[in-house]
Design a protein around this ligand. Structure first.
Ligand SMILES: Nc1nc2c(ncn2[C@@H]2O[C@H](COP(=O)(O)OP(=O)(O)OP(=O)(O)O)[C@@H](O)[C@H]2O)c(=O)[nH]1
Ligand SMILES: [Mg+2]
Length: 360
């Protein structure tokens, strides 16, 4: 699963990316021309707690891929816009993460000259809508021709889906707000529709305003419609400096800037959740591990994530919820209390379930 960091030029994407990936910044050479990808651990407090209980040799966190793309910049015609290079970069992203500039710094240019987060968000949204609209329009043309000359039924079935999407986007609504059933979504899955991708917005504040970020965020929220659903304030610069400090200095540094916790955990967990992902755990002396599954996975699906053999030879899953386990302290006590369960293959796994798969 891949999250794409996108935004205007110099909004702080690479600074955030490097911080998430634990890459040390080289002063003065942060500008990259190419897209870069890194696999990043998803922080999980529950896994830390389980580590203290089982003390395994190894802990394996869930991971997601973070993808850093150069921002939209001014083109030769003096306009900031989407390029085919950009589209090519983000087409495989499963979700988008807008990095929006709020920080003031006269030494860093803004491609639209001044700081205005609401305008930047609206600009990205409208550029992405236009890009989708152009694609859909093209597709409708093609489908109409195919329906006339081809015997293949699938073109006929696709056309109304694309027309429905077109009408939605034409009235300036992102596709992520359009109700589409599973069959309709199947037609769209191969295309690079930008406004269909789940969205998180991270607003990059400077050191002087991060303490008051909530007020500004609320203000932004009231101006950007449905895009406001997941919006997170952070400071790329502070996060980057924090990541280089030890625990003690970190606390002092955060108190100085009036922030209570690093935003990185929130950024990663929100990304994970917005993709419709959740974790189940396996525990033991050798390894504690968080496994990533989609919402709606059954016990047998989950077994298959561990090993295809476990899927094929699935018998039952031993299940205890994380909360029950922490509450009672051991599997034996969970059994006594009746919260340890044996579930069949159709059991819907819940976030935080601790599983042990019985297989033949
Ligand atoms: N003062 C300040 N400067 C920042 C902050 N975040 C990023 N910068 C600076 O802004 C410049 C651009 O940051 P990048 O992280 O490279 O921005 P980007 O979004 O990756 O830019 P492109 O890849 O060109 O689109 C760098 O000089 C950063 O040091 C911040 O929170 N505060
Ligand atoms: Mg960059």
């Amino acid at each position: 699963m891949q999250i794409g960091l996108v935004g205007l030029q110099y909004s702080g994407k690479t600074t955030l990316f490097n911080t998430l990936a634990g890459i040390e910044m080289q002063p003065g050479v942060s500008m990259k021309e190419e897209a870069t990808i890194e696999v990043v651990k998803v922080p999980d407090e529950r896994l830390e707690k389980l580590f203290k209980i089982f003390n395994p040799k190894k802990q394996v966190n869930a991971t997601i891929e973070i993808f850093d793309t150069p921002g939209l910049r001014m083109q030769d015609d003096g306009k900031v816009k989407i390029t085919s290079v950009f589209l090519n970069n983000v087409k495989n992203n499963d979700a988008l993460f807008y990095v929006i500039r709020q920080f003031n710094d006269d030494t860093v240019a803004h491609p639209m000259n001044n700081i205005n987060p609401v305008r930047d968000i609206q600009f990205l949204e409208s550029e992405f809508l236009l890009s989708d609209l152009a694609f859909l329009e093209n597709r409708i043309e093609k489908l109409k021709k195919e329906v006339m000359k081809s015997k293949d039924d699938s073109f006929k079935k696709e056309l109304p889906v694309i027309e429905k999407c077109y009408a939605h986007v034409e009235s300036e609504n992102p596709l992520r707000t359009l109700k589409l059933d599973e069959n309709e979504l199947k037609f769209l899955s191969g295309y690079q529709l930008l406004t269909l991708k789940p969205l998180t917005i991270a607003v990059n504040f400077d050191e002087n305003t991060i303490a008051d970020s909530q007020k500004i965020i609320n203000d932004i929220k009231s101006n950007i419609g449905d895009a406001a659903a997941n919006i997170i304030p952070f400071s790329a610069k502070i996060e980057n400096e924090l990541s280089n400090l030890d625990e003690e200095d970190r606390k002092i540094f955060m108190a100085d800037y009036g922030i209570e916790e690093s935003a990185l955990t929130k950024i990663l967990r929100t990304s994970y959740e917005i993709l419709g992902l959740q974790s189940f755990f396996t525990v033991g002396e050798d390894e504690n591990r968080a496994w990533t599954i989609k919402n709606g996975y059954t016990a047998q699906d989950a077994a298959g994530v561990i090993h295809t053999d476990f899927y094929n030879k699935f018998i039952r899953a031993e299940v205890v919820s994380y909360d029950d386990f922490i509450n009672y302290g051991s599997f034996a006590k969970c059994k006594e209390a009746g919260v340890w369960r044996l579930e069949g293959k159709d059991y819907l796994v819940k976030d935080g379930d601790i599983l042990n798969i019985r297989h033949s």
